[in-house]
Design a protein around this ligand. Structure first.
Ligand code: B3K
Ligand code: ZN
Length: 866
């Protein structure tokens, strides 16, 4: 199979545009009829035919200005209509089969609910259309459906009229006054419980808020509705952005490929990111609900009012909207734990992507399947790039740039360059060099080294920047990197360099080498670099373990204090990995003990500092990895840490017991700290009773899950017992049971493949439900280190067998799950061969989806040609 990639450079403005769309849906499970009336007009002077995208559609009628079209050709991917007038009305009648749609793209029916997902290119599975984001039209939508089973029928915008027919059906007409690209179209029909509220905007407009959830789940929707109001208020206060329609609807559905979708006025959500109460949801779930609700709401301006010109510009809306939701979450909860969470995603996942065959700039240049580019690079690194602009411009400058962006581009489909140019107008610094972050892929590596000249009493700090070639680009250039940095002397006092920096504690690293000097300040200067993770880079330095502890003690930046402990852990684990655990000597253990002892009152940083870096994070600073040796080293260090700190850990565990559950920051921090500590203590033999006690006394899902995770690391019999009792309680609640599925799938045990087979036979498992598949197969492939990386390759084979099946139904989900197999580059060569053998099996499948084909073929080609 050879599939042609689309290239960013090949962008051409559309030959035709559509200004008005009238859609008429008559819903039926296997034969939904879609009538579309389009006002089409030629753009510019040319005589080309009109080409419309369309896939998996049955064409029933086609007419131009009322006369049946004669001169047209149909292919598997579209429709060409020849000799059309300059402006005309096109009427298209098609039929689709929602019940048969297991890919969950376009219009699909699952669990009795009709639902659409159009981004990126799903609208073409509903009707023939100019399915590209730079064609903006006003939509009206009529829906007709069975009144008894589909009492609720929703589309974008405002409801205009509705009525009943004699045949047991009813209909409703919706109108969206804002021109929009087809990817923002949505339709939902089903039978839901509804929550309602109102929000009064800063200018005094009243907006109806409506949240639709599965029958019986009403009370689990209340938190999401409150979160929505907080997000609406925050966007007014922070960016002056107000909601524009009279009604804002959110529907929670059980079958959804991703987290949620920002369709204009009608967000569709994976129920996982809406439903939450203390019994069924963890603190993390509550956090995620608030953050995803906010993210989709923020898209109303950054994505919908100003949208993307083409899909290569995806980060224009996603990077910016992620940054906005991060700022919101940080304001609602706490800056430090948020920043750590974001950095973990970068270090665990984005750095891995950048080092793999799928490496791409935040604005990709070449794409085969757009759905493959909703990545941690476009989203999370994209947000880091926006954050760097925020750092460079400052809060007010950034706000001025955003205001200018909306002033220039409201109602338009634009590019990342347009965004940078609006930001440029608000700053004196030239963003020309900075903009290279949009076009260059890969993780820059900064190395920091010191030299002391005794004669002049000068310390020279040299920072070198290296941008190694990536799978997609061989040529690299230095980037413009804002590096937050502070310097501490031997007594813990802060010192400043001889040279002026960009701002207090902010150094611009924009060349291969940057140097600073310190004269007359002694030889012992500890640089604390990458404060607040001010740029998405990897940093190595010549700091000693004692200096990491010194940094923890004296640095001003809280993130740097946390990071210092992480770097120290990384160093210690390396000693275990190199078979020299004694290098982690008494001084280090004592230093760590004192650091923890001194921080007993600082619950938040303490909880985060006691988390040992994940296996995935450890992989990002190593190559040619012996998986089992590294995993064992990590565990051995973690166990030693628990032993060394045992009495302090018990004190922390006791001190952080919380009262009756409430989702509020202080309690969240205490529970986090307590459960991290329980996870460490679980490695010690005497912890069993404590785990059982917590499990039995728990009045909330956070503590219950904390106990289950601890049991997973403690002993298999205890784990099985607690898991059985959990299953009895939650067996008819699939969303909660996903946690149970996932805990089983991540359990490191010899018979894991047999366990996975059992899980797949569980009555609540369904291959058609992405949440279930991610809970079982995703958890295994991403997080079960010993099982997935079994030496005989059985873990890789299991994933491959599964993907060969899943790909036939749901290519998007299959393509996400193949990721761990494509990231073979970290490991030793025998392991690489085992992984590539399975990738090759996938590629042999002649019916492989575009989605898998793109990732698998790249993963196999990587390394062969360089
Ligand atoms: N824009 C959607 C993601 C669409 C993914 C298409 N495969 C959700 C979001 O980022 O808000
Ligand atoms: Zn988004």
């Amino acid at each position: 199979m050879t599939l042609v990639a689309k290239r960013r450079d090949d962008y051409r403005a559309p030959d035709f545009t559509i200004t008005d769309v009238a859609l008429d849906f008559v819903l039926a499970p296997d034969s939904t009829r879609v009538t579309s009336e389009l006002k089409v007009s030629r753009q510019g002077s040319h005589s080309k035919s009109l080409y419309l995208d369309g896939e998996q559609l049955t064409l029933l009628e086609l007419s131009v200005d009322g006369s049946a079209a004669q001169d047209y050709q149909q292919t598997e991917s579209g429709l060409t209509i020849n000799n059309v007038p300059d402006t005309f009305t096109l009427r298209i009648v098609t039929e689709v089969n929602p019940a048969d749609n297991k890919a969950l793209e376009g219009l699909y029916l699952s669990n009795g609910v009709y639902c659409t997902q159009c981004e990126a290119e799903g609208f073409r599975r509903i009707t023939y259309y100019l399915d590209r984001p730079d064609v903006l039209a006003k939509f009206t939508v009529k829906i007709t459906g069975d009144k008894a089973s589909l009492p609720t029928m929703l589309a974008n915008g405002n409801p205009l009229e509705s009525g009943a027919n004699d045949d047991g059906t009813h209909w409703i007409l919706w109108q969206d006054p804002f021109p929009k690209p087809a990817y923002l179209f949505a339709l939902v029909a089903g039978d839901f419980d509804q929550l309602t509220d109102t929000f009064t905007t800063q200018s005094g407009k009243s907006v109806a808020l409506e949240l639709y959830v599965d029958k019986g789940k009403r009370s689990r929707g209340e938190f999401a509705l409150e979160a929505l109001k907080r997000a609406m208020r925050w966007d007014e206060e922070t960016f002056g952005l107000e909601y524009d329609l009279d009604i804002y609807m959110i529907v929670a559905v059980d079958f959804f490929n991703m987290g949620a979708m920002e369709n204009k006025g009608l967000n569709v959500f994976n129920s996982k990111f809406v439903l939450a109460d203390q019994d069924s949801a963890t603190d993390e779930d509550f956090f995620n609900v608030e953050s995803v609700i906010a993210h989709e709401y923020f898209h109303n301006w950054t994505g919908n009012r100003v949208t993307c010109r083409d899909w290569f510009q995806l980060s224009l809306k996603e990077g910016l909207t992620v940054f906005r939701d991060q700022q919101f979450s940080s304001d609602m909860t706490s800056p430090l734990s948020n920043r750590i969470k974001q950095v973990r995603v970068m270090r665990e996942h984005q750095f891995a992507e950048d080092a793999s065959a799928m490496s791409h700039p935040i604005r990709p240049d070449e794409v085969i399947e757009m759905n493959n580019f909703y990545t941690v690079t476009v989203y999370d690194k994209g947000a880091e790039v926006i954050r760097m602009m925020h750092t460079l411009l400052g809060v007010d400058g950034f706000r001025a740039g955003m205001d200018e962006y909306f002033r220039r581009h409201d109602g338009q489909a634009v590019t990342c360059d347009d965004f940078v140019s609006a930001m440029q107008s608000a700053t004196d610094i030239d963003l020309g060099h900075f903009a290279r972050w949009y076009s260059q892929s890969g993780t820059p590596q900064l190395a920091l080294a010191r030299a002391y000249n005794e004669q002049t009493d000068t310390v020279t700090v040299t920072i070198t920047q290296r941008n190694a070639p990536t799978a997609d680009q061989t040529e690299k250039a230095a980037l413009f990197i804002p590096l937050q940095i502070e310097f501490i002397d031997a007594t813990g006092q802060h010192v400043t360099p001889d040279q002026a920096m960009y701002a207090d504690n902010l150094l611009i690293v924009d060349k291969d080498t940057t140097t600073l000097t310190f004269t007359g300040k002694g030889s012992a200067i500890t640089p604390v670099a990458l404060g607040n993770f001010s740029a998405p880079v990897k940093l190595t330095s010549d700091l000693t373990p004692a200096e990491w502890l010194h940094t923890f003690r004296f640095a001003n930046d809280a993130f740097s204090r946390w990071d210092a402990i992480q770097q120290l852990y990384n160093w210690c684990i390396e000693q275990y990995y190199q078979q020299q655990p004694h290098a982690v000597d008494e001084n280090i253990w004592q230093g760590l003990y004192q650091a923890v002892e001194a921080s007993l009152q600082e619950t938040e940083i303490l909880g985060e500092c006691l988390v040992v870096p994940s296996f995935e994070t450890l992989c990002q600073s190593r190559s040619n990895i012996d998986v089992h040796a590294l995993n064992t080293a990590r565990k051995a260090f973690s166990e030693a840490l628990a032993e060394q700190l045992a009495d302090l850990l018990l004190t922390i565990y006791q001190a952080n017991q919380t009262d009756a559950y409430d989702y509020q920051p202080e309690q969240v921090r205490a529970r986090r700290c307590k459960n991290v500590v329980l996870g460490l203590l679980a490695q010690l033999p005497e912890c069993k009773d404590r785990i059982i006690a917590q499990f039995e006394a728990s009045d909330n899902m956070t503590d219950t899950l904390g106990a289950l995770k601890a049991a997973q690391h403690h002993d298999l019999v205890l784990f099985s017992n607690l898991m059985n009792s959990f299953e009895q309680r939650w067996h008819d609640d699939p969303l909660v049971l996903d946690k149970w599925f996932s805990l089983h799938a991540t359990c490191e045990r010899g018979d894991i493949l047999a366990q996975l087979t059992l899980l797949r036979q569980h009555p609540q498992f369904s291959q058609q439900n992405p949440n279930r598949v991610r809970a079982v197969v995703g958890s295994f492939a991403f997080y079960n280190t010993t099982g997935f990386h079994a030496d005989d390759g059985s873990g890789y084979r299991f994933l491959t067998d599964y993907l060969l099946e899943l790909d036939k139904q749901n290519p998007q989900v299959a393509s996400r799950l193949v990721t761990p197999l494509t990231q073979w580059q970290h490991y030793s060569s025998t392991r690489q061969d085992l992984m590539k053998r399975q990738l090759a099996r996938l590629l042999e499948d002649s019916g492989l989806s575009k989605d898998l084909y793109e990732k698998v073929s790249k993963a196999l080609a990587y390394g062969n040609d360089c």
